[in-house]
Structures are given as structure tokens and as C-alpha cells.
Design a binder for this molecule. Structure first.
Ligand SMILES: Cc1ncc(COP(=O)(O)O)c(C=O)c1O
Length: 408
């Protein structure tokens, strides 16, 4: 029999099943209270608006074009809508600076492919979005911990990269309501990152998947907007901004986007021609149809629902968690990040939690490039109602309190 492993490329050795994807299977069991998924609540999808959009497309002369191949850059009216939308948050660009991807996940894959030669270094936050690690892993990089408080010198990053035989290429982060912690990088942190990137002469990949999901507090300009303001225009920036309609409209259509200077866009277009030619034509048209008629109302609706769920989760954590656990208090997004006492293991806890309490979450270790910090948990509040959140956290609090007592 053919020994497949022998003929797979070396990069395939770093492709592993994601703990999260495995966990998503649990959502099918009706009696599990799941804080695991981190996906939007399907009850909030604008399904009526999409029905109208597809119906309009199919009953118009546009249908032929909608079902046809299209340009790799993406559907022009959608790129125009996006250029106007990001301008509202200080990202002044032309539609040519906007490139449509099949979900922002594809942007991460392309950017990994574009920047990372084997052994190059990607700076990532500790923890970081697991899907970004999976996307970059295929290009065989090393990871170094991105510090946003300025306590590491550029030389320290360069030395670490040189030891492994490569160069630092980019810093990747979600500045708003990150997956997995829900935390936001403050203005000073964003400025420090821009200064560090200048000194290292690297790109910044700003993943803005949760940008629109702010529930309270003051919005902070995206790193891309700060970069444009400093440099006097998008063509002089080093930031590459990626966004998505997955968390606001619906992920099933797979429409995301990148905003960047033209040299980056031109390369991405070539990559897309080689990979999948273009993102689904009809889905891009439907997204533009729905977004241009009711994006703000849809965002207001989901913010109102998710903010109540966030409040319910924080209130339940205050009520039921033992004193020696800590957690983040996010101003938006879908996640709260829980840290348990040292020595506890989120994966072991999950196995017990599913067996005895029927509550699911994601063990935090998978979000660390070095597999450390097993005593952390990612809890998503997006798909459970307030009563379920209270009940689920009550059960989890009981389990964790017992586990801490048993370990003492
Ligand atoms: C931080 C972050 N980036 C990117 C993605 C990818 O989303 P999509 O490909 O649906 O746009 C996700 C999905 O969960 C995410 O959490």
C-alpha cells in the first residue's frame, strides 16, 4: 500500500485537525449547552433579505452574469460599498484597494502564502486566532510572541528570527474583540505596534472579523486608519486589513475582503487566479444587495442580542465562578476568556464537563502557538440565550470549584 506520509510535502506535517472543528460536532447533541462554537446565531441571519436578493437576481437580466465566471478582484459594486463602509472608520481607500475573498479565512491563507518562506517568523499574540495559525502553518513559519506593551526591543525579535534561519515578515492580530479573548488593543497599543512594525520594517495583518460587533465603550480607530493618517494615504501603509460578512450577515455565503496598498492587491489577484479564480459571483451580488439595503439595521439587531448575552455571561461568571478564576470583560465580539489556577487543564475539564455537566467550551491551549497555558478556556456567548448561559455557567462553576477543591 502507498505510504502517503512519505510522499506528502513537508508542510503537510503541520496540518492537524482543529480542536474546534471536532467540537462543532457537539452542537448537534440537543442536550449540550455549548459555549464552544464561536459562530453567529442562525436565528439572526437576515434570511428574508437574502431571499429577496436571490429572487431579484433570478428575475432580472443580471442572472446570466450572476451565474457566470467573474473577475478575480471581486464584484465591483460590492468593492465600492466596502470602500465607502471602511471610509467611515478612517480607512480612506479606492474600490481598487478592496479585494474580495472567500471568507476572511482565505485572506489569511493567501497572506501566509504571500509572505512566509519556510522558517520565516510570524509575530502573533499569545493567544491568537487558531484559524490563523492553521492557515500560516502550511507555509512552515516560526512564531514569536507579539508584545503590545513595548517591552521587547526590535532587536529581540530580529535575533529570535535569525536563530531559526529566517526573517520577521509580519505581525498578525485582531485589534477589536479578538478571538479567543474578546479583548481590544487600546490606542497606545496600536501606536506602539505601528512603531515596532516601522522599526522591523514588516507588515501588520489586522484581522477585523469582529469590527462591527461593539456593544459599549468608545470605538478605537483601526490600525489601518492610524497608518493611513500617519502616512498620508493607503499606498504608503504597511497594514493589510481583512474583514468579513460572516459575523454580521451570514458565514455560509463565504464573503470576506482585504483592504491594502495596490502592490499587495495585485499579488492577491494573481494568487486568486491560481487558487479559485474568484469568489462566488452570485453570493457577492447577494451580499451587496443585502448590505446596501440594510447593513446598519442588521448590525444594530445583532449588537442588541449579543450584548445582552455578553452581559448574562459576565453576570453568571461573577455569580458562579470560584474566586481564583479570572476572565476578560469584552466590549464586543463573541468571546469571554477564562483563566483558571495554574496546573488545571482545560482539555481534561472539557471531557468531564461534557460527561457530567453537559456543557461545552474550547480549551485554551490550541490558541497558543507554543501549546502553553492549558489552564485557559474560551467561552462563546453568541449562540445561547440568557437562561441557558446562566444554567451553563452555573454547572461549569460547580465543576471548576470541585476540581479546584480536589486539587488542593
Ligand atoms: C478572528 C477571525 N478571523 C477570521 C475568521 C474567519 O472567518 P470567515 O472566513 O468566515 O470570514 C474568524 C472566524 O471565526 C475569526 O474568528
Amino acid at each position: 500500500m502507498l505510504d502517503w506520509e512519505q510522499i506528502f510535502a513537508t508542510r503537510s506535517s503541520r496540518m492537524r485537525a482543529s480542536e474546534i472543528r471536532e467540537l462543532l460536532k457537539l452542537l448537534d447533541q440537543p442536550d449540550i449547552i455549548s459555549f464552544a462554537g464561536g459562530i453567529p446565531d442562525p436565528a439572526l441571519f437576515p434570511d428574508v433579505a437574502f431571499k429577496e436578493a436571490y429572487s431579484d437576481i433570478f428575475s432580472s437580466a443580471q442572472v446570466g452574469a450572476a451565474l457566470q465566471y467573474s473577475v478575480s478582484e471581486g464584484y465591483k459594486p460590492l468593492r465600492e460599498w466596502l470602500a465607502r463602509d471602511v471610509a467611515k472608520i478612517g480607512i480612506d481607500c479606492t474600490p481598487d484597494n478592496v479585494f474580495i475573498t472567500s471568507g476572511s479565512q482565505q485572506a489569511l491563507d493567501y497572506l501566509g502564502k504571500l509572505f512566509l518562506s519556510p522558517n520565516d517568523t510570524a509575530l502573533v499574540t499569545w493567544p491568537t486566532y487558531l484559524g490563523a495559525l492553521s492557515a500560516f502553518n502550511a507555509y512552515e513559519p516560526n512564531y514569536d510572541q507579539l508584545s503590545l506593551n513595548g517591552n521587547r526591543t526590535p532587536e529581540a525579535y530580529r535575533d529570535t528570527a535569525a536563530k531559526t534561519g529566517g526573517a520577521v515578515k509580519f505581525a498578525y492580530l485582531s485589534a477589536d474583540f479578538s478571538n479567543p479573548t474578546g479583548e481590544t488593543v487600546d490606542l497606545a497599543g496600536r501606536e506602539k505596534l505601528l512603531a515596532l512594525a516601522d522599526e522591523l520594517d514588516i507588515a501588520i495583518l489586522e484581522d477585523a472579523a469582529y469590527q462591527h460587533l461593539r456593544y459599549d465603550g468608545e470605538a478605537i480607530p483601526p490600525i489601518m486608519a492610524l497608518d493611513i493618517a500617519r502616512r498620508g494615504g493607503i499606498e504608503n501603509t504597511r497594514t493589510i486589513y481583512s474583514g468579513s460578512f460572516s459575523k454580521t450577515l451570514a458565514p455560509g455565503l463565504r464573503v470576506g475582503f482585504v483592504v491594502a496598498a495596490m502592490p499587495v492587491i495585485r499579488k492577491l489577484v494573481l494568487m486568486k487566479q491560481a487558487a479559485d479564480l474568484h469568489s462566488s459571483t452570485i453570493n457577492q451580488i447577494a451580499i451587496e444587495h443585502v448590505a446596501s439595503r440594510g447593513f446598519d439595521a442588521q448590525v444594530a439587531k445583532i449588537r442588541s442580542v449579543y450584548s445582552k448575552r455578553r452581559d448574562a455571561m459576565l453576570a453568571a461568571l461573577d455569580k458562579y465562578m470560584p474566586k481564583n478564576a479570572t476572565w476578560t470583560r469584552p466590549e464586543g465580539g463573541m468571546f469571554v476568556w477564562v483563566t483558571l489556577p495554574e496546573g488545571m487543564d482545560g482539555a481534561e475539564l472539557l471531557a468531564k464537563s461534557i460527561a457530567t455537566e453537559k456543557v461545552a467550551f474550547v480549551p485554551g491551549r490550541a490558541f497558543y502557538a507554543d501549546g502553553s497555558n492549558a489552564n485557559t478556556l474560551r467561552m462563546s456567548f453568541s449562540c445561547a440565550d440568557e437562561a441557558m448561559i446562566d444554567e451553563g455557567i452555573k454547572r461549569l462553576g460547580r465543576l471548576i470549584s470541585n476540581a479546584i477543591r480536589a486539587a488542593a
